[in-house]
Every structure is written in C-alpha cells, then in structure tokens.
Design a binder for this molecule. Structure first.
Ligand SMILES: Cc1cc2nc3c(=O)[nH]c(=O)nc-3n(C[C@H](O)[C@H](O)[C@H](O)COP(=O)(O)OP(=O)(O)OC[C@H]3O[C@@H](n4cnc5c(N)ncnc54)[C@H](O)[C@@H]3O)c2cc1C
Length: 301
C-alpha cells in the first residue's frame, strides 16, 4: 500500500519522491528524503500536518535547508518545503512575511524602503521561518530584536496560535519550545532610518561576508554556536584545525567556524569532522562546543 497516496493526490504539482538531500541542502550532501512537498499556503500546510499526524508519517519542516545536515540514509518521511509560501508586505514601519519568504528578500526590501533594524542580517541565507526558528543573526542584530509576533500551527494542540515576542524566551540562536510550532508567518517592527546609510551598510556586509566566508563552497554556515565570551572559529583556529580534512569535508581555511563540502563529501564525512573538531577543541581548550546546525536522519556515532 502506498502510504503517501493521499499526499500525492493533494499536491500533484509539488509532490516528489526519493529526492536526494544533496540536491537541495546548502551542504550539497545527504541521502534521499522519501517525499518532498511544498504547500501553497497555510490551509494546505495545516492539512498536511494533520494528515501526517493521523497517518503517523514522520515529517520535517524546511525553508532553504541552509542550517541542516541530512544523513546519507536520508529521511524516511515527508519533507515539508515552505518555499511556495513566500509573500511579504509592508505597512508603515511593520514588515510581515510568510515563512518561506527568503530572509534576505525581506531585509533587502526593508533597506530599499529606508527601514532600519534588519540591515546587519543582510545576506543570511534561509527563509523567514528558519530565521525565527534559529533566531538567526549577524553583526550584532538578531531576528528576535525586531520580531513583533509569529503565527503558527501548534503541533502539540493542533490549533492555530499567535505568539507575541513577549511570550517567548529567546537567547543567542535559541528559542525555547520553538519545536512545537510550524511557523506560518512573522511580523517585525522596524524604524525609519537613512536609506543611503542602510544601503551602504548592506553593501559593506556583502563585502565582509565574501571576504571572510568560504561562499565558493557548499556549507551550512557556522557549525557551532559561539561559546560564552569567545568565538568558536577562534578556538578552532587556535587548535590548528583549519584545513583539516575527512573524506570530502574540510574545516574551511578561510573561516574555521565553517565546514565545507570541498569534494563530494558524504554527510558521514561532515558529521565525523564535526565530532573531530569538537573533540580536539575540548581536549586542547576545555571548551565544549555546542552544535548550531541541525542533524536530520540517523547518524552512526
Ligand atoms: C553561507 C552561510 C552563511 C550563514 N550565515 C549565517 C549567519 O550569519 N547567521 C545565522 O544565524 N545563520 C547563518 N547561516 C545559517 C542559516 O542560513 C540560518 O540558520 C537560517 O536562518 C536557516 O534558515 P532555513 O530556512 O535555511 O532553515 P532550515 O535549514 O531549512 O531549517 C533550520 C531549522 O528551522 C526549522 N524551520 C524552518 N522553517 C520552519 C518553519 N516555517 N516552521 C518551523 N520550523 C522551521 C527546521 O525544521 C530546522 O529545524 C548561514 C548559512 C550559510 C550556508
């Protein structure tokens, strides 16, 4: 019996089977996900989530897959890609966007409108949903700095929810309890700033990212969170690990915080290198690095 028959029927346009994660994740690694499907809006997304629960189908929500590593064995379930839910709009100083809107499209538009508050997060890859989930940030600005609220489907109560920022507990790259929500959209309060200055800042950030990050190779950004009072990349560099290779994975020589897929790395290569770096840094500095990236599927360790 085809356990995905109803999903196939409901999403004839976007339903795809056995899609290699190496074809859609920014790491360009990982095995096949059973089903990749892209709801066109909140109603379709909620139908799918309810259906997965009812039929006991595993699912995973993804935006641009820029912060995940899928195992070589893949994922035995439904990957819900939010990319078709990508509208955004502005009303005065408020910006609102659906979960699948590329984060940088929202930032770019706010800068073009002379609205300040997100400009330092320019060019972070990923979606609005991913940015809220991760409390993504850069150069001193974080997603939650400007968040007003997000609307979501609550995977515990199976009800719609509107969550105000004040009701959440968030910190650097962490939002407590966020796993229970399918984030559908989010709104942000910006402030009128000098457009020319914001545009210049956005350009400068693009330049710095290009200069400091190995953007010419597949990766998923910083592997580890910043430990209190330090930088993971500084610690990794101080342990002499830049350029360390395992299979096709390598600690970037440009930015020690990144692991790059420099030559057809398997997910196992990348995961083994993550563990090696963590072990070496602990041994040499006493600091236990915490993974920022999200592992999907089974890894042998
Ligand atoms: C070159 C490069 C540079 C990067 N630089 C930065 C940086 O400067 N700062 C930074 O913070 N990050 C950075 N990242 C990491 C990444 O881009 C961010 O974490 C981004 O916010 C992830 O968004 P995404 O849509 O790709 O999420 P995904 O990778 O698809 O998912 C990440 C997590 O969010 C969950 N999720 C996604 N969408 C939803 C939703 N709608 N509802 C519920 N859960 C959801 C997923 O289930 C998963 O657990 C970088 C990555 C790369 C490749």
């Amino acid at each position: 019996m085809d356990k995905y028959a109803a999903v196939r029927k409901k999403f004839p346009g976007s339903f795809r089977e056995k899609v290699p994660a190496s074809s859609f994740t920014t790491y360009r690694a990982g095995g096949p996900v059973d089903i990749l499907v892209s709801p066109g809006g909140a109603c379709e997304a909620v139908w799918l989530l309810r259906h997965c629960a009812e039929k006991e189908l595993d699912f995973f929500i993804t935006g641009e897959s820029s912060n995940i590593l899928v195992s070589d064995g893949g994922f035995p379930g439904v990957f819900i890609y939010t990319g078709a839910m990508k509208n955004f709009f502005f009303s005065g100083e408020i910006a609102a966007a659906e979960c699948g809107c590329p984060w940088d499209a929202l930032v770019g538009e706010s800068v073009a409108r002379g609205l300040a508050g997100l400009e330092k997060t320019s060019h972070i890859p990923g979606s609005v949903g991913g940015a809220v989930y991760m409390n993504a940030g850069a150069y001193g600005q974080e997603t939650f700095d400007r968040l007003l609220s997000f609307s979501a489907f609550d995977l515990e109560t199976f009800k719609m929810a509107e969550i105000k920022k004040e009701e959440t507990r968030y910190s650097y790259r962490k939002v407590e309890g966020i796993e229970r929500y399918f984030i559908l959209s989010a709104s942000f309060l910006l402030e009128t700033g000098g457009k020319e200055k914001l545009l210049a800042e956005r350009l400068e950030i693009a330049r710095r990212r290009k200069e400091k990050q190995p953007l010419e190779y597949p990766s998923a950004g910083s592997v580890f969170k910043r430990p209190p009072g330090d930088y993971a990349s500084r610690l990794i560099d101080s342990c002499g690990l830049k350029g360390l290779k395992l299979g096709g994975a390598m600690v970037s020589e440009k930015h020690a915080g990144f692991i790059i897929n420099y030559d057809k790395a398997s997910a196992a290569d990348i995961r083994a290198l993550m563990l090696k770096v963590k072990e070496e840094v602990l041994k040499k500095t006493g600091v236990s690095l915490e993974l920022e990236q999200i592992l999907v599927g089974k890894f042998d360790e």
